[in-house]
Design a protein around this ligand. Structure first.
Ligand SMILES: [Ca+2]
Length: 425
């Protein structure tokens, strides 16, 4: 199957692409006229300066690799005929929002009344197809429809970017060129198999495809031909769309007959160091620790493990999430996304309204605030493992350690209040 190693020339191209300043320069301005020093960047290396390849040179090099990986020349040449990089794709790739969206705003939008009623209607409309998918893969219709609704508005918006053009652009000059080179090979394999025509292969700017937005690797590995017409078509066959989503989740260790989890109430004095997906316990252990279902009644059963998450810190709602929640995270690795799928699927069935309120008055940290937070925590001896303005697990751990120092609930959730306390020290 796919050859994973890069050619030497490919590695040189990647170096050039990584060193290029942001990719805002029109690609056509990169000329092939002799070695040009890599634009001024304080890179401590004695290696010979890489000459930025033109797109045409890059395609010629990539063609060798693709054909060696088994892509037919006819597929490759048809896919790349007249192709140019898409500057919009690079712009999207480099976009860094000043504020990250609070989880409640994301959920308000994701679980709108229109999306709830639209999903309920489609659950009825496609009931028999969804049941056969459930029989085959063990995934409930409402989960599949929730994913479908979030990924493409029930097929209404599959994206209009030419996938090959997007992937080629990102492989040529994106920040993660190596990964996109691989995605591009996979997309070409999909064309080669005849699953979809070149012109119909449209998607998101980053190459997610079809009504459930599969990246090319997921498509290759998990898309199924559920309507048995010989092609796996995630654009125009709902059977293939639903079947592929069920197959994906089944392969992500979905536990048939179990829920994703539930909103919970944490007891007074709960130890917030036990929150987060890393802490896994049985529901019996959580029950013994005083964790209760927010709607009353016993915690829903699971044969697996459960974790407590508090997406907006200790002032917001708490959730006990099960292995099926982790399966949804393997579809799209963002807690807010997995929560949206989970709660939307509950809303289809008449539940899913939260008991606790989100802390909507909480001021959001700007990018500069997040950088200040990391700088101050690191200076105080709580290493955030880098200062990049992105609050990841290391930053949360540092926040938690500082919260313990000052006697605040150690929920690892950075707030403006916490930042101001740090600033005053
Ligand atoms: Ca099919």
């Amino acid at each position: 199957m796919a050859v994973r190693k890069l050619t030497v020339a490919g590695a040189a191209v990647m170096l050039a692409a990584c060193s290029s300043p942001g990719g805002s320069t029109p690609v056509g301005s990169a000329t092939a006229s002799g070695p040009t020093p890599v634009p001024a960047q304080p890179v401590a290396t004695t290696a010979a300066p890489a000459r930025p390849a033109t797109f045409e040179e890059w395609v010629a090099d990539f063609r060798v690799e693709a054909l060696a990986a088994g892509i037919s020349a006819a597929t490759f040449d048809a896919a790349f005929a007249g192709l140019t990089p898409n500057p919009q794709v690079i712009e999207n790739d480099n976009f860094q929002p000043e504020f990250s969206r609070p989880v409640w705003e994301y959920l308000d939008n994701a679980i709108s009344d229109a999306r709830v009623s639209g999903g309920q209607q489609r659950l009825q409309q496609h009931a028999s197809l969804l049941s056969s998918v459930e029989r085959q893969y063990g995934v409930e219709p409402r989960i599949i429809v929730a994913i479908w609704g979030l990924e493409s508005g029930y097929g209404g918006n599959v994206g209009s970017f030419d996938v090959i053009r997007s992937l080629a652009t990102l492989a040529y000059q994106g920040r993660r060129s190596q990964a996109f080179r691989e995605f591009l090979l996979q997309a070409l394999q999909i064309l080669d198999r005849g699953d979809i025509s070149r012109s119909r292969m449209v998607g998101s700017w980053a190459g997610a495809m079809g009504q459930t937005q599969f990246m090319p690797g997921s498509y290759l590995n998990y898309a199924v031909d559920f309507d048995n017409d010989g092609r796996r078509d995630l654009w125009d066959s709902l059977a293939d769309v639903f079947g592929s989503t069920g197959n994906y989740l089944a392969n992500a260790d979905w536990r048939p007959g179990e829920t994703w989890g539930t909103e919970v109430v944490l007891p007074a004095g709960f130890d917030y160091r036990n929150t987060g997906l890393e802490v896994r316990r049985s529901t019996a252990q959580w029950d013994a620790a005083g964790v209760r279902s927010a709607s009353g009644g016993p915690l829903p059963p699971t044969g697996g493990q459960a974790s407590v998450i508090i997406p907006a810190g200790h002032r917001g709602p708490a959730f006990l999430v099960y292995d099926n929640f982790r399966s949804i995270l393997r579809y799209n690795n963002a807690t807010s996304y997995a929560l949206a799928v989970s709660l939307l699927s509950d809303r289809f069935a008449g539940g899913g309204r939260l008991v606790a309120a989100w802390p909507r008055d909480q001021q959001q940290l700007s990018r500069q605030d997040r950088i200040d937070l990391q700088t101050l925590l690191t200076a105080r001896g709580y290493d955030t493992q880098g200062i990049d303005g992105i609050i990841g697990p290391n930053s949360r751990q540092a926040v938690r350690a500082f919260q313990e120092e000052i006697g605040a609930p150690p929920d690892g959730y950075p707030t403006m209040e916490l930042l101001n306390q740090l600033r005053r020290l």
